[in-house]
Design a binder for this molecule. Structure first.
Ligand code: NDP
Length: 495
């Protein structure tokens, strides 16, 4: 074991009682009900966290509403940008402690926690900070003729929607929350975030840091608990928008609850069964390196990760050989060990789900490598590659959200396009080829929110990200987020 030594601040944080962050301070839950949080590397209880009840939900939303009409409304756009930039700096200054806390709770490798949960979160915050002074409406010239000879002019204003409920999953509990927090704060909204019950701690620490950065008390609140807390939050009459990231079944429930509650606007970033296609001329070394990196990072628990891989039949043996060799070389172990590349799954329920998919893989296809849980404590499984028995195999259609890539050969481009689109999901896809002309002709025919060429799972704040079909509705990043977090008000003037 070469685990990094946990910083005293991380040990201290874990030993505290945890509940919610409301109105700029930690608050214990009203009911006293607490739920255990497990260390995925050992399966042991790490700490407990309170589960919010309706009184806590009401307190958090009231505090966000007061800040929305009060301190945050009085913070000018330029100042909002300064505060978000300072928030990014403070996040980085406290980065090692945050990364350790996140790795302990989620099983994410310490490298990934440092680079993504801290590093990329800070970069995203700075990107959004840049928008603070650039969110504007338009002027327009009304075109209908007037009988009395008067003239009209008109303009639009972008106004914050109000209090946002952000509900985030356990796989990137910091970064995905930061997308929502930054989008809300920069547009003038305030926010209540509900992390997953499996990864509740890091956001509590981040809420504390936000106060140090100058985010006014109440503008950013954290409510802990299970799915019922998310449900209660959505139903609250003072929530104006829900931004949800999670699975398709929960997303459907969230979307319908929001509509029923108050016609509340919703952004849904849901699951995927993302395809990668390796065309006949593929550079196999480049593609295999890319697939192994993006398919198995964080044990495959990445929404945009490739899960089904279509390979031109002429290159299949070469691809499978190189994938097997690469997977055999991955070092499996503690997420806090800097030499480890592959850690545990994040929670027991997910571990059981992945073991179930190993059985399905054995029945329907051929396991090329991996395919087993590892003995001992913790939720460890092997990185796995499967050759599908037929295009109907469940592993080509159902999201596992785990380290299982399922491969299938294809013979023609038309067949490939059919296979790529044969999915209820439409989050992301990648094409691996040097024939850019062919790739660009395929792009409009691929049913996915993002198509990458010779790369996979590359998220940049300037490039909108989101799904089509059952993978969701709405977009994060780019300019697209502005539509989702602001109301467009029209003003007309007669003269
Ligand atoms: P879930 O849908 O189970 O949960 C997501 C969040 O919703 C959690 O905080 C959960 O709380 C909460 N929740 C559960 N039930 C309800 C409810 N009825 N009402 C409101 N909130 C509820 O997803 P997972 O956490 O298991 O995350 C994995 C899924 O997320 C995968 O399908 C993955 O593809 C998707 N995902 C999509 C991304 C995208 O950008 N498109 C990015 C990352 C992940 P609790 O955990 O406490 O039950």
């Amino acid at each position: 074991m070469n685990d990094v030594i946990l910083l005293p601040e991380v040990r201290d944080f874990l030993s505290r009682g945890h509940a919610h962050f409301i109105g700029g301070e930690f608050r214990s839950g009203a009911s006293g009900h607490r739920i255990p949080v497990f260390d995925p590397a050992t399966g042991e209880v790490l700490a407990h966290v309170a589960s919010a009840d309706p009184r806590d939900i009401d307190a958090a939303v009231s505090s966000a509403k007061a800040a929305y009409h009060g301190a945050w409304a009085q913070t000018l756009p330029y100042q909002r940008g300064v505060i978000l930039n300072r928030f990014a700096d403070i996040l980085e200054q406290n980065g090692e402690g945050l990364a350790q806390l996140e790795s302990v709770c989620s099983g994410k490798s310490i490298h990934l926690s440092r680079a993504f949960e801290v590093g990329q979160s800070a970069m995203f915050l700075r990107y959004y900070a840049g928008w603070a002074t650039k969110i504007n409406g338009e002027t327009m010239t009304p075109s209908f003729p007037s009988i009395a000879g008067e003239r009209y002019t008109a303009f639009t204003r972008r106004e914050p929607v109000g209090v946002v409920a952000g509900i985030v999953p356990w796989n990137f509990s910091v970064m995905i929350a930061i997308w929502k927090i930054a989008s809300a704060l920069v547009t003038g909204c305030t926010v209540v975030i509900k992390p997953s019950e499996f990864t509740p701690f890091t956001l509590l620490r981040i809420a504390e840091l936000a106060i140090d950065a100058g985010v006014p008390a109440g503008a950013f609140n954290v409510l802990n608990g299970d799915g019922t807390v998310g449900q209660g939050l959505i139903a609250h009459p003072d929530i104006s928008k829900v931004s949800f990231t999670g699975s398709v079944p929960t997303g459907l429930a969230v979307g319908s609850s929001a509509m029923l509650a108050n016609l509340t606007r919703v952004t849904l970033e849901l699951g995927g069964k993302n395809a990668a296609a390796l065309l006949e001329d593929v550079d196999v070394d480049q593609a295999v390196a890319g697939l192994v990196q993006t398919g198995y990072v964080h044990q495959g628990q990445v929404c945009a990760a490739p899960e089904r891989v279509y390979v031109h039949r002429s290159r299949l043996d070469e691809v499978m050989g190189k994938v097997s060799a690469a997977l055999a070389g991955l070092k499996i172990g503690s997420p806090l060990d800097e030499s480890v590349q592959f850690g545990p799954l994040s929670n027991r329920a997910h571990f059981e789900k992945i073991c179930h998919y190993f059985e399905i893989a054995r029945k329907e296809g051929r396991i090329i490598c991996g395919g087993k849980a590892l003995g001992g404590p913790g939720y460890f499984v092997e990185p796995t590659a499967v050759l599908a028995g037929s295009p109907a195999d469940r592993l080509l259609h159902e999201e596992t959200f785990g380290p299982i890539l399922c491969f299938l050969p294809f013979d023609s481009d038309e067949e490939l396009l059919q296979l790529l689109n044969d999915s209820p999901y439409g989050l992301a896809a990648s094409l691996w080829t040097n024939d850019l002309s062919k790739a660009l002709r395929m792009v409009p025919r691929i049913e996915a929110g993002t198509v990458w060429i010779n790369m996979h799972t590359f998220l940049d704040p300037a490039v909108p990200f989101g799904g089509i079909k059952k993978s969701g509705t709405g977009r994060e990043f780019g300019t697209a987020f502005i539509d989702d977090y602001t109301e467009l008000k029209s003003v007309m003037i007669r003269y």
